[in-house]
Write a protein that binds this ligand. Structure first.
Ligand SMILES: [Ca+2]
Ligand SMILES: [Ca+2]
Length: 158
């Protein structure tokens, strides 16, 4: 992979390895990243790329898609702002995601369940991509925002 996820301060302080950021890139719908902090406010994920590249696609599989209960009990992203740090500024795009019904999740795959946050044939040259969760579909039981998968695709000019 061309990117890594730095440990988020919020996560390391919980000491809970079950919801580590690596769960976002294991291509496994039964594992998720969870922010693990009471309430919903100011959640984010940030990717640091090894080298700057032209990022042309950013997408996520929302929620903890392991089972119908993990999906409904935990929060799902609602409004997400993508921030890509460029040499001379920050590109931002805000997307309102659909709260996909469990029936569709159950019958879906990694690729059908990805919701697009950013897509462009031009790409944005960046080495830092941050997702800011501005709004959340709340969970029935927990105040934990969950994301099961994150996809970032891009290219480099050699
Ligand atoms: Ca996963
Ligand atoms: Ca929370």
């Amino acid at each position: 992979m061309l990117f890594k996820l730095p440990p988020a301060p919020d996560l390391t302080s919980t000491g809970n390895n079950t919801f580590q950021p690596d769960n976002l890139i294991d291509r496994d719908l039964s594992t998720a990243w969870s922010e693990g902090v009471p309430g919903y406010s100011g959640e984010w994920i940030e990717l640091h790329l090894d080298q700057p590249m032209y990022v042309g696609f950013v997408g996520i599989v929302s929620g903890y898609t392991k089972s119908s209960s993990t999906y409904s009990e935990n929060g799902r992203p609602g409004t997400v702002t993508v921030e890509m740090y460029e040499e001379d500024g920050v590109f931002t795009e805000t997307v309102v995601l659909e709260d996909i019904p469990w029936k569709e999740i159950e019958n879906g795959t990694l690729f059908t369940l990805v919701q697009t946050l950013y897509e462009s044939g031009m790409g944005i040259e960046t080495d830092r991509v941050r997702l800011r969760f501005d709004d959340v579909y709340p969970g029935d039981t927990y105040e934990d925002l969950c994301v099961s998968e994150l996809f970032v695709a891009g290219w480099r000019w050699e």
